[in-house]
Design a protein around this ligand. Structure first.
Ligand SMILES: *Cc1c(COP(=O)(O)O)cnc(C)c1O
Length: 478
């Protein structure tokens, strides 16, 4: 059946009438769409399509011969409705080689955390309810004992992310006071987190000491006066200053702060809760190291090396945590039940360190053996080669993965990638490379790689489901 208006293709001047919205909605094939996608979205799609058909009839748009056929109308509508309803937040395959990729969602949660999130999200829970006393409780009580047990800290609390943790700590302990920081630590972590800006918004006065590459204990000591509220050390996690450098050990700074009755805070950034060297990875400072050095308050992220949900964790002296919890901003920065559920489940895994690397995706991926990655690359290579036949040459190449999210910027992990070099050389090579990248990004589960040395590379360290890649290769369109 076709709803083509009479007189179509006739002389200009007599604009034929297009079918009414109701008429289209009542077509059996379109009713099926309304059933599936809802009346409102279908109505919008019909209106939009009819507007285009009207433009087509007036000559502004080219229309196919069967533009008004029922099957075609329904097919176009269906395609648009499906596209309109596709979630905007979608799973992707992160084969960039950066394990904790901020733009790709950082840590992947373990199954234990996912189950805990589902339970907390779909059922009522004792979020702020003391099951023993039958009275109102504090949501921090769900997580504080575990954090104390694992880190050995006197007290702990959790907020939305580590930026919030730093902000809240500064505002609670350093409001209208001077906060002393080394010039070499005035870092920017991703576009919007700059230590000086956070400090200003938190109502603290920044007192920079030392120079970019060298800061000594006496620089701190000379800066301390009656207006000083806090000494701060920021772990320069996303860059490394090398060469003629000097920084002051946490222990010395803690001693200095305590001589003056001041608290000493460290923003660790990533803050893993295990000794990464035990797992064959480069050393990264832990909150336990900082506590042992006498640091009073430590902040770190939940979704970096810890491998949990986005969160900012504060551990340290009881009295300081109590002051932070009394700050009205704590309420504005608190975490929800799903975050708490995921964080608790992840922290539980830390109680069994022997099995941590097998169960926690972040650590599992970081410690994945090179030989295993290489095997996976060779196994996939023929299928990828076949899919790119005529477009690119595919080879297995050694490469380096990065931890990401600012952790351990100089240390890189040996890995293997599938490198796709466009067959076209010279002029047009760059666009051929871009076309390959785009084709992978357009897959149903988009595959994100990186360009290196003239090739599009998929670092297979984070590919735990090779079949998900393999099954999509037929959908590649260059
Ligand atoms: C990542 C990082 C932050 C910010 O942490 P988020 O959890 O991303 O908010 C703050 N300080 C340092 C040193 C960091 O590395």
């Amino acid at each position: 059946m076709s709803l083509a208006p009479a007189g179509r293709g006739g002389k200009a001047g007599t604009m034929p009438a297009i079918p009414s919205v109701d008429r289209v909605l009542n077509l059996p094939a379109v009713r099926v769409l309304t059933e599936a996608h809802g009346r409102m979205l279908t109505l919008d799609a019909v209106r939009q399509l009819l507007a285009e058909l009207r433009e087509g009839l007036s000559g502004k748009l080219e229309l196919p011969a069967d533009a008004f056929a029922e099957t075609r109308l329904a097919a176009v509508l269906e395609q648009r409705l499906v596209a309109a309803r596709q979630p905007r937040l979608r799973p992707v395959l992160n084969l960039t080689g950066t394990v904790l990729h901020t733009n790709l969602g950082r840590a992947r949660l373990p199954d234990e955390a996912v189950s805990a999130v589902v339970a907390a999200a779909t059922q009522a829970c004792n979020l702020e309810y003391d099951l023993t006393g039958g009275a109102r409780g504090d949501r921090d009580d769900l997580i504080e004992p575990l954090l104390r047990e694992i880190t050995g800290a006197e007290a702990a609390t959790v907020v939305n992310n580590n930026a919030a943790a730093v902000f809240l700590a500064l505002n609670s302990l350093g409001l209208r006071k001077q906060v002393i920081v080394s010039r070499g630590e005035l870092v920017e972590i991703g576009g919007s987190f700059r230590v000086p800006d956070i400090m200003a918004r938190a109502g603290c006065r920044l007192r920079e000491v030392g120079t970019t590459n060298r800061t000594h204990l006496k620089d701190y000591a000379e800066a301390i006066d009656a207006k000083t509220g806090l000494l701060l050390k920021v772990h320069t996690s996303n860059y490394a200053i090398q060469g003629f450098t000097a920084t002051v050990e946490e222990k010395a700074l803690a001693d200095l702060a305590h001589q003056h009755g001041l608290p000493f805070m460290v923003d660790l950034g990533s803050g893993t809760l295990v000794n990464l060297r035990d797992h064959g990875l480069p050393q990264e400072p832990t909150p336990m190291d900082s506590l042992a050095a006498g640091v009073d308050l430590i902040t770190f992220s939940g979704d970096k090396l810890l491998g949990g949900p986005q969160a900012g964790i504060l551990v340290g002296r009881r009295e300081l945590i109590a002051r932070i919890k009394k700050n009205p901003l704590k309420r504005a920065l608190r975490v929800d039940k799903m975050t708490l559920a995921a964080l608790e489940a992840v922290l539980q895994l830390y109680r069994d360190p022997d099995r941590l690397a097998a169960r926690l995706p972040t650590l599992r991926l970081l410690t994945r053996a090179g030989a295993d990655i290489e095997r996976s690359a060779h196994a996939l290579s023929p299928a990828v080669s076949a899919a790119l036949a005529g477009t690119a040459q595919v080879e297995v190449r050694p490469c380096h993965s990065q931890i990401g999210s600012g952790s351990l910027p100089v240390d890189r992990l040996p890995s293997f990638c599938l490198a796709m070099t466009p067959l076209r050389r010279g002029k047009g090579e760059g666009s051929a490379l871009k076309a390959i990248e785009l084709a992978f990004r357009r897959l149903p589960v988009p595959v994100i790689g990186r360009v290196s040395e003239g090739a599009f590379c998929l670092d297979l360290r984070c590919l735990e489901q090779p079949d998900l890649l393999r099954a999509q290769l037929g959908d590649l369109r260059f």
